[in-house]
Design a protein around this ligand. Structure first.
Ligand code: ATP
Ligand code: MG
Length: 421
């Protein structure tokens, strides 16, 4: 039992999870580069107001989940619960709108929400997120969904379900909210405490409530699709068409309203059936008036964020990840060790990982180490092999073995390529 432990709902990220973690980050960076997104690093602390005004008082995040404290100068500070509001603040403050449109940014880092800790629900969790500014058309929505889809494909994440919806705009949402208010006021006595408040403040939020009894009450509620104005409707129809054309499968889900107030029109979630109750792996939507609310020029925008811990858990279910060396050199003697080291350097140059054992241990101990390190191949190198210029390799998964010229890096590279295939 250690003297000190992490706080409740807060985790260290250690091997082997960190290997999966880094693979996700590498893949994301590569893809963001291809899609023209630049990284921005936003602070972990911000003025509380940035979140209360944008995310909305009647949401779970602002209502109960924020880590807010008063600093020594008497200012109200909040540990960021999400990335979009800080990115918008950064966009306006740094006049990033002066860059050629559309301006595309991504971020990675920890977020903080005071939630009841459980599997897939933490108090400090990590997100990778992206925002695309000065992007009004449904093509930008499709572009972002294409990027996320591509990202999951590259990571070989098994089928995720994409659900989309439109929550309208300033023009059409008031009528929908009024219809929801009428619908739910007839069932007011059965609503949870929060939803009773939402009924007057923001009835749309009732659709997002996770309380079982409220979920049941949603049956038969009015649907946003019947209330969308002409512009919102054609935006949504075009997005659906673009997704069909791009071969991205999706489902319409009128309940995807997202737990933040700043969204307009398109909202979406990527969900999985493999993680139990915490289904959403990535989520996002369009927020066409947020930049203006933050004092910037009118700038339509869209963004998403994915939960790292949930994605790591999902990937671990399907692919064991380790930082295993590809070749393990079982060296029997000092000279074999020198040869193996120079071979390892030449392989490293070709991005092939290898490791050398100590030269004083027995072949049996070498083989034990190679397998506990999860190496793909063990290469046995003794003085006799050096004289012949040939060594024996063994594939640890099935015991297949053969000889290889110890000076022929191309032969090792070929073995590597075969082993990866
Ligand atoms: P949920 O409905 O699960 O509470 P959310 O709507 O609050 O999610 P977002 O604000 O959309 O979540 O955040 C985007 C992603 O971040 C989520 O899809 C999820 O993968 C992840 N996420 C959100 N909250 C947590 C948390 N407390 N712990 C771990 N991951 C989280
Ligand atoms: Mg939440």
């Amino acid at each position: 039992m250690s003297t000190y432990n992490t706080l409740k709902g807060v985790h260290d990220i250690v091997p082997p999870d960190v290997f999966v973690w880094n693979k996700i980050e590498r893949t994301a960076r590569d893809l963001f580069y291809i899609f023209g997104y630049d990284e921005i690093k936003i602070p972990v602390i911000e003025s509380t107001e940035i979140f209360t005004r944008s995310i909305g008082q009647s949401t779970d995040i602002v209502g109960k989940e924020m880590y807010t404290f008063t600093d020594k100068g008497g200012r109200s500070i909040t540990l960021r619960p999400e990335g979009t509001a800080p990115v918008v603040r950064c966009y306006v403050e740094n006049a990033l709108n002066r860059r050629p449109a559309p301006q595309k940014f991504y971020y990675m880092g920890p977020m903080f929400r005071y939630e009841r800790p459980q599997k897939g629900r933490l108090r400090q969790f990590y997100q990778i997120g992206a925002e695309c500014f000065a992007a009004a058309g449904p093509e930008s929505d499709a572009d972002m969904l294409f990027l996320i889809n591509n990202f999951f494909e590259k990571l070989k994440v098994p089928h995720l379900r994409l659900e989309i919806n439109s929550i309208g705009c300033k023009v059409c949402r008031p009528a929908y909210n009024a219809a929801l208010s009428m619908f739910f006021s007839q069932k007011e006595e059965f609503l949870c405490g929060d939803c009773k408040t939402r009924l007057t403040k923001n009835p749309l939020r009732i659709l997002d409530c996770k309380v079982e009894s409220c979920c049941v009450l949603r049956n038969g509620s009015p649907l946003i699709i019947d209330f969308l104005c002409e512009h919102c409707k054609s935006h949504h129809d075009r997005l659906r068409e673009l997704l069909y054309n791009l071969g991205i499968s999706f489902d319409d889900n009128p309940l995807i309203v997202r737990g933040l107030d700043y969204y307009t029109r398109t909202t979406f979630e990527f969900t999985t059936e493999h993680l139990g109750a915490q289904k959403a792996v990535a989520a996002g939507g369009r927020y066409d008036s947020l930049v203006e609310e933050f004092g910037g020029p009118a700038t339509p925008a869209i963004g998403f964020a994915l939960g790292m811990e949930r994605l790591v858990e999902l990937m671990k279910l399907f692919e064991p990840h380790t930082n295993a060396p590809f070749f393990y050199f079982a060296v029997l003697g000092e000279e074999p060790l020198n040869i193996a080291l120079s071979l390892a350097i030449r392989l490293m140059d070709k991005n092939i990982s290898s490791t050398c054992g100590e030269w004083k241990i027995s072949l049996k101990s070498h083989m034990k180490r190679a397998s506990s390190l999860n190496a793909k191949y063990a290469v046995m190198l003794g003085t006799e092999e050096i004289q012949k210029g040939m060594a024996t390799w063994k594939r640890l998964s099935d015991g297949t073995q053969d000889e290889i010229n110890i000076h022929d890096v191309a032969a090792f590279t070929k073995l590597y390529e075969q082993g990866r295939a």
